[in-house]
Write a protein of this length. Sequence first.
Length: 292
Amino acid sequence: MEVIGFGLAGACVALQLQRAGIQVRVVDDGRVGSSHVAGGLVNLVAGRNFEPSWEVKEAWDVALPFYEELGDRLFQSVPILRLWRDEKDRRKFERKREQLGSWIQKVDDEGVTWRGGGWLDCSRFLEIAREECLKSGGEWAAVPRGGKQVWCAGAAGLIRGDFDDVAHRSAKGEILTVKIPGWGEKRILNRNGWVIPIGVDLYRVGATYDWDHLTSGPTEEGREKVESLLRTFTDRDFEVTGHVAGIRPIINRSKPVVRFQEGRGWMVNGLGSKGVIYAPRVGLEMAEILQE
Ligand SMILES: Cc1cc2nc3c(=O)[nH]c(=O)nc-3n(C[C@H](O)[C@H](O)[C@H](O)COP(=O)(O)OP(=O)(O)OC[C@H]3O[C@@H](n4cnc5c(N)ncnc54)[C@H](O)[C@@H]3O)c2cc1C
């Protein structure tokens, strides 16, 4: 089976196919897809309304052991402090509190702290997944050779219109890496955006959403937006050490899509803003379909 694209989707599809005994050949054009820039955040109760995302528990039950098996500390479990926006926000939470019980670690005047979240080092995951795939007999090819194919081309494929009738609402996002000496914040902070502690004095901050300009590359405007966002979390001085941008592949109300088109092959796409949570399960789904 030829897997086209080796981001989170392609990597998980390739490894899950191999585990199901299917031979894999990977074709990736080497461009920096959104998986190379993603914050890697796993937030099981993201969003304004304290609504768990679509089948998030089922997906994470597959994903967590998948990442743990691939590498120690590839996924780092970190408490997520969702700060209150205002009193209304807090009241909204109180109305949902009972149904969110299993994810709540603590509630106080700052906000609610979720358990079970954290972040995945996506770049390292892609490296390890590639090694693993090669070790299990996978091949790498520069151009597609044809035959049975699974297209995991992310937003690039959606924008090109690789498959018929796929309405997408992909969104560009920008992220900064910043150095904040002495801040010492160890939790992931979340409110309108997020800050992830990734090393000594180092934090990843994001992310912007732009549905209208699906161009590649970071922008000055994006940088300013993320810097303003960071100022809502801390008034400490910071130094920007990195700035990246990518396009989230969004279709079907942010639900991942696995579908077949005659003459084209399979498509696995639409991981949206939650590629880390959804990719291993969608890869498994693809493998199960192909085994039948
Ligand atoms: C700024 C930003 C922040 C994000 N933060 C998070 C986060 O914190 N947590 C989270 O879970 N998700 C996050 N995401 C979303 C996540 O990045 C995506 O859900 C996921 O990476 C999509 O993976 P993919 O494999 O579908 O696409 P991609 O990562 O884009 O991979 C597709 C690959 O296919 C290749 N390709 C395309 N066409 C061809 C072709 N014709 N031939 C060969 N190769 C081809 C591309 O070059 C690319 O390498 C973020 C996204 C962005 C943009």
